[in-house]
Design a protein around this ligand. Structure first.
Ligand code: C2E
Ligand code: MG
Ligand code: MG
Ligand code: MG
Length: 288
């Protein structure tokens, strides 16, 4: 009981006198319940990866794939990563999940490579806690070697918020990842409360414009201006730019006219199972 109270109080800050109410107990029990379920899910293969392509301006060229985790719970059915990733991020469970994702994405890529597919880099979302941990770089180096994948075929997507917590440590880790030729993207760019100064300190490759700006870029001038500014910023810093969550031709056209080169979203492709990926590449070869 004392452990649980401390666990809860940690979130609320020390100065805040807290009474341990039954409502709080419910919150905590639920949290620990999910922790156990995530451990079970890792042990019994309840997670799967889907892959969402990133495409060029014409929508034909597939330039990359993003691995996204899916949880098919035996009783509760589908649970969204938006629901369980934030909970996992409160403990070291997220490291186990991220390692599972890295291992499975690289294993999948090695399978595609033995099928002689002309495969593109795979992006994996990485939590902040994992990024700054000592274990990330050795783990990734080990898995790249195990599956004989060049680091240039792997990309990590990290959110801005992560970078602000410990910028010096982030510089160190990202520099080590760059030494392995791994690419780094900033995910959901524009939604963190960041100072822009980190952009010049970190060895980045890509900014991903958050979907919230893309959504109304073709109907609201302000959103178009924000997209344009982010695209110019990226280009001035010699970074690539990806627009996320593109759902309509009109959004894609607007973004292209603002200088965006890489697109991701339901308008082009939804996240798809690994089985569906090979035909995507053979289809492209037939077309060209
Ligand atoms: P994210 O990395 O920004 O991923 C984009 C999310 O938008 C994905 O949701 C994707 O399925 C969805 N999406 C893509 N195109 C469209 C579109 O055109 N319209 C709309 N409405 N949505 C679109 P998903 O897969 O539910 O993932 C949500 C978030 O959960 C991700 O945001 C990422 O932050 C996190 N996440 C997902 N998989 C992983 C993972 O393997 N590890 C970690 N650490 N986080 C993950
Ligand atoms: Mg992402
Ligand atoms: Mg995103
Ligand atoms: Mg997101």
């Amino acid at each position: 009981q004392a452990d649980i109270a401390m666990y809860y109080a940690k979130d609320k800050g020390r100065d805040n006198a807290q009474f341990f109410t039954s409502e709080m107990a419910n919150v905590v029990t639920k949290k620990f319940g999910i922790d156990k379920e995530i451990n079970d899910a890792l042990a019994s293969n309840q997670f799967a990866l889907v892959y969402q392509p990133k495409v060029g301006r014409d929508g034909q060229d597939i330039l990359g794939l993003e691995a996204l985790i899916r949880w098919h719970h035996p009783d509760k059915g589908f649970i969204s990563p938006a629901e369980f990733i934030p909970i996992a991020e409160e403990s070291s469970l997220i490291v186990k999940i991220d390692e599972w994702v890295i291992d499975n994405a690289l294993k999948q890529m090695s399978q595609w490579r033995t099928q002689d597919l002309e495969i593109v880099p795979i992006a994996v979302n990485l939590s902040g806690r994992h990024l700054v941990s000592d274990s990330l770089v050795p783990y990734v180096a080990d898995r790249l070697a195990k599956y004989q994948i060049p680091g240039s075929m792997l990309e990590f997507e990290i959110t801005e918020g992560v970078l602000l917590q410990d910028i010096q440590r982030c510089v160190e880790v990202l520099t080590e990842l760059k030494a392995l030729n791994i690419k780094i993207s900033i995910d959901d760019f524009g939604t963190g409360y960041s100072s822009l100064s980190y952009l010049k300190r970190l060895p980045l490759d890509t900014l991903k414009i958050d979907q919230s700006f893309v959504e109304e870029c073709d109907t609201h001038t302000e959103d178009a201006k924000i997209c344009e500014t982010i695209i110019h910023l990226a280009h001035n810093l010699e970074l690539m730019i990806v627009a996320e969550g593109v759902e309509t031709a009109s959004q894609a056209d607007t973004l292209a006219s603002l200088g965006c080169e890489i697109f991701q979203g339901y308008y082009f492709y939804k996240p798809m199972s690994a089985d569906a990926i090979p035909s995507l590449f053979s289809q492209r070869l037939v077309l060209s």
